[in-house]
Write a protein that binds this ligand. Structure first.
Ligand SMILES: NC(=O)c1ccc[n+]([C@@H]2O[C@H](COP(=O)([O-])OP(=O)(O)OC[C@H]3O[C@@H](n4cnc5c(N)ncnc54)[C@H](O)[C@@H]3O)[C@@H](O)[C@H]2O)c1
Ligand SMILES: [Zn+2]
Ligand SMILES: [Zn+2]
Length: 348
């Protein structure tokens, strides 16, 4: 079958790879209807995240149809239309029981194979899903493939970030980074009633979307985000900053923007070894820093009713719908933020 594989720094290849097979009793094979390219794939693409084997099938976003099931699966059946979070989870362990499905003791991340160990990704015609009945979510008929796809990653992560930030109706918030996840964080903050959400980026199309989603767009290249936020907070700074980039510069900006006693909620994937702020700054600002991988499986269930209420505009983040064969071009466009590229959805 065809798949997009990692071929070294900034190189993704369309290749013929082995068909996935059931190897454990809780596995399912899913035929991919839609997958996508995520900002997290770019960390791999640029080798900021190191260690992935060349030839690994990339990707972790998935909507598809169950085509084969392992002998111990009881709730899934062939023909089910399913969406997947980007990690697998058992639904039973200490972490799953507390809703932290991203830290399941048996969990694996799609699209990461290192030294021959790990799980192949979803940017392929078919994919093996371990722990399938507690990982996959069967989609109701009134949820479209694209909504199901967004639910499994960007929508859940935006919501998680707003929760980490403790967004409520009364505060002033800044979202640093208006990629698909940052845009979902804007929507999540607005759904919680926040009226003053500043969205910071430098890409025109993304700032326009943030504005359409109800944020005040601030282009960091030609205006100072700190001035804009100070102006409406009597000079204090934001009550919380949602950091959705994953770079030292973004952390630095977030810490500068937040007021004393405020929260920096970071869902950007960080690969650096040191914080971009000093312990003394954290102390002097009474700073709370919260971060981590989104427990997407946990959020998917909570958000299904929101997704079924189809008044929300999140699908407008999808700028490109390409066949899987065009994946290498999709990576390049998304990486360069060219051609108005905000989110690339791939169809095998
Ligand atoms: N925590 C999780 O579970 C989780 C899940 C999904 C994605 N992520 C991470 O979220 C981040 C965003 O993902 P995405 O898909 O939206 O990616 P993206 O790369 O499209 O978005 C990043 C955006 O940040 C902007 N940016 C870069 N530097 C900036 C700066 N210093 N200040 C303000 N804006 C800046 C870019 O122009 C871009 O629009 C990535 O790090 C990704 O790995 C984390
Ligand atoms: Zn992702
Ligand atoms: Zn578990």
């Amino acid at each position: 079958m065809k798949a997009l594989t990692f071929a070294g720094r900034r190189s993704v290849r369309l290749e013929s790879v082995a068909e996935p097979e059931i190897v454990a009793p809780f596995d399912a094979i899913v035929e991919v209807r839609l997958t996508a390219v995520c900002g997290s794939d770019l960390h791999v693409y640029h080798e900021r995240e190191k260690g992935i084997d060349v030839g690994t099938t990339l990707g972790h976003e998935l909507v598809g149809e169950v085509v084969e099931i392992g002998r111990s699966l009881t709730t899934l059946k062939p023909g089910d239309r399913v969406a997947s979070p980007f990690t697998t989870s058992c639904g039973r362990c200490f972490y799953c029981a507390r809703g932290l499905t991203c830290r399941c003791i048996e969990g694996q991340l799609f699209g990461w194979v290192e030294g021959g160990e790990g799980l192949q990704g979803t940017q392929a015609e078919r994919v093996r899903v371990p722990l399938a009945d507690t990982t996959l979510v069967v989609l109701p008929e009134d949820v479209s493939d694209e909504d199901g796809l967004l639910l499994g990653d960007v929508l859940s992560t935006g919501e998680f970030c707003a929760d980490l930030a403790g967004v409520d109706a009364s505060g002033v918030y800044a979202v640093v980074g208006c990629g698909p996840v940052g845009l979902m964080a804007v929507l999540a903050a607005r759904r919680r009633g926040a009226e003053q959400v500043f969205a910071i980026d430098s890409v025109r199309e993304r700032l326009q979307l943030a504005q359409a989603f109800g944020a005040v767009a601030v282009n960091r290249e030609n205006s100072a985000p700190l001035d804009a936020i100070r102006e409406v907070t009597e000079g204090r700074g934001a009550d919380a900053v949602l950091e959705v980039v994953g770079s030292p510069a973004a952390t630095r900006l977030a810490v500068d923007l937040v007021r004393p006693g405020g929260v920096v909620a970071s869902v950007g994937v960080h690969t650096e070894e040191q914080f971009a702020f000093a312990p003394v700054e954290a102390y002097d600002k009474n700073l709370t820093y919260r971060s981590g991988r989104c427990p997407a499986r946990h959020y998917m269930e909570q958000l299904l009713p929101v997704v079924r209420d189809c008044r929300h505009p999140w699908r407008s983040v999808i700028s490109h719908r390409l066949p899987l064969e065009d994946g290498p071009r999709g990576y390049a466009l998304f990486d360069a933020r060219q051609d108005g590229c905000t989110k690339v959805v791939l169809r095998p």
